[in-house]
Design a protein around this ligand. Structure first.
Ligand code: LUB
Length: 210
């Protein structure tokens, strides 16, 4: 008599609570949407594409995200949410202010190189005028964070005394945004770490206290 290899009832994992299953489903849909948005861009993607990629019906996707705009907003929100734990982890290292600033930028570069949600959020923000709903205001979060970190480094004597922290933050954000975008277009971000490293070294060579 062949034995089924299905575990007996008492050995099966208990089903996750309904809310947890819904959370996992939303996360799965969002990850698939991010992969497709990052690869093809907002205009050419349909909810059916997302449903197919998630191996779900369109109706099941609609249950969690009412339309494509809602998916785009959620992906962009997840893009920004990525920075919170990364920054907290760097700050927990007990580095000097300048080391913290540089380590946060290094972490951002790695995320842009390798994280699909970060890459998708960046592409959607470039395509924001094509998305018929409000997206979070871009760049301002990084400008505020980097201004604060640069102020801490200046007050610690780690930057030239004539450094304007807000101006330094604006230069870093503009250079970083442009560098990751150019790397994406020209090499699919294959050379991002090299391009980021040279911009970081040139910028900080000019402002670091001697
Ligand atoms: C960053 C992008 C892509 C700014 O903060 C943002 O909104 C950003 C998406 O809009 O690069 C540079 C760190």
């Amino acid at each position: 008599m062949p034995t089924t290899n299905r575990p007996s009832a008492e050995k099966q994992q208990p089903r996750a609570p309904k809310q947890e299953r819904a959370r996992r489903t939303r996360a799965h849909i969002l990850q698939v949407a991010a992969e497709i948005f990052a690869e093809r861009g907002y205009p050419s993607v349909s909810l059916q594409d997302v449903a197919d990629g998630a191996a779900m019906t369109k109706g099941a996707v609609y249950f969690h995200y009412t339309n494509k705009e809602a998916l785009a907003v959620a992906v962009v929100q997840e893009h920004y949410a990525h920075w919170v734990p990364m920054i907290a982890e760097v700050r927990a290292r007990g580095l000097t202010p300048l080391e913290t600033l540089l380590a946060v930028l290094d972490g951002a570069a790695e995320a842009f190189r390798s994280d699909t949600m970060v890459q998708a959020g960046a592409r959607l923000q470039i395509e924001r005028s094509l998305i018929g709903t409000d997206l979070p205001t871009p760049y301002v979060g990084w400008l505020e964070l980097l201004t604060g970190l640069a102020t801490e480094a200046l007050e610690a004597g780690q930057l030239r005394p004539d450094t304007d922290p807000a101006a330094l933050a604006r230069v870093i954000v503009a250079a970083f945004f442009g560098t990751q975008h150019i790397s994406d277009i020209l090499t699919g971000r294959a050379d991002l770490i090299e391009r980021y490293t040279e911009l970081r070294d040139i910028i900080f060579r000019g402002v670091t206290a001697t």
